[in-house]
Each structure stands twice: as structure tokens, then as C-alpha cells.
Design a protein around this ligand. Sequence first.
Ligand code: DGL
Length: 426
Amino acid sequence: MRAPHFFLAAVLLGFAVTARAVDPVAESIDIHLAAHRDGRAAHSFDPSGYTGDLSALPVGVFDSGIGGLTVLEAILTIDAFHNDTLKPGPDGLPDFENERFLYLGDQANMPYGNYAKAGKTDYLRELILKDAIFLLGNRYHSEGVVHHDKPPVKALVIACNTATAYGLEDLKAAVKRWDLPVIVVGVVEAGARGLLEADSPGAIGVMATVGTCDSGVYPRTIQGTLGLAGRGVATITQQGSPDLAAVIEGDPSRKQTVQEQVAIDVRQLVENHRASQPAGNAKPLSTIVLGCTHFPLVGREIDAAFASLREDPVLAPYIAETRHYVDPAEWTARQLFRELAAAKLRRRGAPGAGEKDRLFLSIADPTLSGKRLNPDGSLTDAYKYGRETGSFVEDTLVVPMTRAALPAAGKKLVSEKLPAVWERIE
Ligand code: DGL
């Protein structure tokens, strides 16, 4: 009975419905949106803003945390097209020089990569839709007050591999149901397209989170992309790391150094590959997809770990002499450019002086009961992975990302490795 109820509610409230949601996660979100179409409530947006020429709106980018800032950095700095003719090739100008960006890092609910293992895939799917709704809406928190002055966005870039794996199709379907002329780009499809440029005869290794690997999204998307391009079936081996993203971020609960964790994960990838290959006729790993937002930040360490393992004659046949790395961030930036151009949504003319890029971060609601919070104010794992879908009460709050609000390790990472992003954080 729930679907007819939703349909009636949506129609009565005038919410644009072009198709009905068919699964409970989408259905409860749609009911909530239909009941709050002025965008004042948590997890809602006002669809009436989506009429007329949207080209002056910012582009929205989201990730489970600060890792997606690597994707934002790539977008801010890429020069792969001529801005006037749209032809491929650099023209000395950043491709997105006229665009403005909104970024959301859902830091309070990360790591997204571990929800599937905890049996919480639907909860993760709901979080991903809520991230997008935040970007489509006007609402955020600052200094204990709810504000409604955030502009909506004309494009949604899922900068998170895990969120793309579990949420891209949901989000594309939702944007269609909500009748929004908004572009949706996911980092995985873009990364798979990057492989078309890699003319590498060996096997492909995918390093990602456990969730991304369990979903099978990379092998599926890579084979599909190569197949459409008339290439043969690729040999692909994955390694899902439950720890590397957290170690790179400096999570105090992880005791390994980056080098130690990288060595563990690279060895595991090579061992997985070895186990899958016919003895004496192995295809060496020659292309490595860095399928987690954080991993391009430690690309040098990853390659050094492969080089060191290659010195072992037992493992050498499974590792190519030189490895080619695919960073989906760069390919996401290219895809975003192409899609904005195709939809005629590229912004014409520079933004006004007051129009700045705006970055946001989620934090645990500090008023939650002590049992739900760790001493540092973050959500406990028991609470984080114990939640159920269908609640629209905020237990995490989206606030402006400031240099002061960034966790110390994250601050170091962004300031040292992502300069274009760093200068945009207040
Ligand atoms: N951003 C995630 C990804 O690219 C990594 C961190 C997480 O698990 O939340 O898969």
C-alpha cells in the first residue's frame, strides 16, 4: 500500500513525478520530499528552482569525506580542452575557469567502504541520496543556526568510488523521477573510460575499498567500457582495503604507517592476482586503477611497493616492469566538461565577485546522547552501523568546511597535496 500512498501524496502536493519509486529507500525519500517541497526541512530541496537557464548554477561534488577533494582538485586544475572551441587539447586556461563549485564531504558517516560488510547497503544508498539532496537544496548549519542561502546545483559529481558503486544508478533514477535537468557523473564510469587510453597489454589491478570491490562495479564497468570500444575481455584482479583510506587520512585508530599499509594491500593484490593466474603463463599487472579517492595521494608509495615486490622472483612474473596508473579523478573532470558542454550548461562569463566556491563537511550532532558519540565527538561504530533507513531526523549536521574544522591529518593532506582546494577553504 505504500507506493499508492506516495503517488497520491506526491500528486496532491504537486511534486513532479514522472515515474514511481519502486524500492523502499527511494520510496521513503520521495514521500519525504513530496511533503517538504519548500526545501526548509532537513533532507529536502525546493524543486521549483529548477526552471529556466541553469547554466549559472554551481556544480555540486560529493564524497564520503575529504578524499573527494582529490577529484575537486583535478576539476579545478584540469586543462584538457579548448574552452572556446571545446576541442580536446590544452589552451592554457583551466577548463572550468568560469564555473563555481559546491562540495560536500560526509565525514561524519564515513567510511562508506565498510557499510556493505556491516549489512547496511540500503542505509548507505540512503546516505548517498541525502548527500545529493543536500547539494540540490539550500540548507546547512552554521554556529548552531540553520541557514537557507546555499544555491542549488546544475550537476552532481559523485567523487566517491564507493558511493558511485552503490548510488549512481539510484541517483540517476531519482533525478529522472524528480524531473530535474541535472547532470549526474560518477567517478567509476569516468575511470573506466580512462582505461581506453592505456594501451597496456597486461592485466588490470583495481585497488579500492572493500565495499567497492564487493559490489563488482569496476570489473563490470571496465569490461562494459572496453567491450563497447571493441576491445577484448580484460584480466582484472581486485584488492579491497578496509584500512588504507583511513590510514591515509591519519585516523588515530589505525596504527600502521602509510608505507606499511600500502605494502600490505599491494602484496595482497599481487597474491590475489597470482592465485587467479595459470602457473607459467601469467599476465603481469600492468595497469593499476586507483579506485578510491584517497589512493592517488599515495601513488608514489604504491608504485614503490610494486617495485619492491618485483624483486622477489616468485612474484616478479605477476608484476609488469613498468606500471601505468589510472586516476579516475582526472577522467571524471573530462567527463564533466563533456557533459556540461553537451547539455549546454557551461557557464558563460565569469561569476560575480561575491560568488565563491563553497565547501561543506558533515559532523555528528554534538547534542546526541553520550552513548552514540566517541570522546572526540564522532559517531560510535555501534551507532553508525546500527541505524535503519527511513529516518529524516538529522543525527549529523552539514556545516561549512573551514581550515580549523578539518581534522589535523586531513588538514596536512589538503594543504600539502591539494593547493587549489586549500586556497578555497576559509
Ligand atoms: N571515498 C571513498 C571511496 O572513494 C573512500 C573512503 C570511504 O570508504 O568512505 O571509495
